[in-house]
Design a protein around this ligand. Structure first.
Ligand SMILES: [Zn+2]
Length: 272
């Protein structure tokens, strides 16, 4: 007869089972930190997650926009080990809109532009750690060389990576007016909703650029929130159409990353 399983082991097994049963769940490795009305949630902004070719490495812009896969995985591990709950960007925006609490330690992973490596490189890492995330898609680029396909986006959606809007063609929105501006905002949302069969609620302004007119048209195009770039973590009461993000640079090393999201390094005390 086998020995009874200790209670602690059973709890661990239950946690693992939950991870297997709900692959999109963020809550399988660490218990969620307690909810707070006074949250501070870094919504991380990535672009490419990839190993660059020698030619690509000669472009400072590409290097800055591209986080190496090993670095991305270290960042996910650091967040999980520190007990962070991963939320989709729409979940953060919905909590701000509804005035609801969020976990004390919460974070959101977002990727802009819909690069193919988001599916080929980042997605397997996100799935390995059961991390939900958000991909802001330029809808006219879907299926083109170097970008995700609609089939990729559907597969990601099944595993907890939501798609949201990043306009149709990634123009400088403040330089547009009237129908052209509306078309960028409305048609990207419409394509995503038709292809993915889910409501699309948020927009990331291309290059983080907005104006009062852009914000007004974003509201009337049916979005309930929009994201700029930079500005620190999301806090209660933030303007829903100017939600901030924290940019992760390709050259950022893990200690700088931890500092930027507020993970405190454990310092060893010197014994004398
Ligand atoms: Zn962009």
């Amino acid at each position: 007869m086998s020995a009874p399983i200790p209670v602690r082991t059973m709890a661990t097994l239950a946690t693992i089972c939950l991870a297997i049963l709900s692959p999109g769940s963020a809550y399988c490795r660490q218990p969620a930190s307690p909810p707070t009305a006074n949250y501070s949630v870094p919504v991380l902004m990535y672009h490419r997650i990839s190993t660059l070719t020698a030619k690509e490495k000669t472009s400072a812009i590409t290097v800055d926009l591209t986080v190496p896969p090993q670095q991305f995985e270290l960042q996910i591990q650091a967040l999980q080990q520190a007990g962070y709950t991963f939320l989709k960007a729409s979940e953060v925006a919905d909590a701000v809109a509804a005035g609801k609490p969020l976990p004390t330690k919460a974070v959101s992973i977002t990727m802009d532009d819909g690069y193919a490596d988001n599916y080929e490189v980042a997605f397997p890492i996100l799935r390995k750690y059961h991390v939900p995330a958000t991909i802001f898609v330029i809808t006219s680029a879907v299926g083109s060389v170097g970008h995700v396909t609609w089939a990729n986006l559907r597969e990601m959606q099944q595993a907890g990576v939501e798609a949201q809007s990043h306009s149709v063609t990634h123009p400088d929105l403040p330089s547009l007016t009237g129908k052209r501006l509306d078309s960028e905002l409305r048609n990207s949302r419409k394509s995503l909703e038709q292809q993915l069969k889910i409501p699309i609620s948020t927009l990331a302004y291309p290059a983080g650029r907005y104006s009062d007119e852009v914000v007004e048209h974003t509201k009337t195009a049916g979005y309930t929130a929009a994201w700029k770039k930079n500005g620190g973590p999301v806090k209660p009461g933030d303007n829903l159409f100017l939600l901030p993000r924290v940019r992760v640079a390709g050259t950022e090393l893990i200690e700088a990353f931890k500092r930027s999201v507020g993970i405190k390094s454990v310092k060893k005390k010197l014994s004398r």
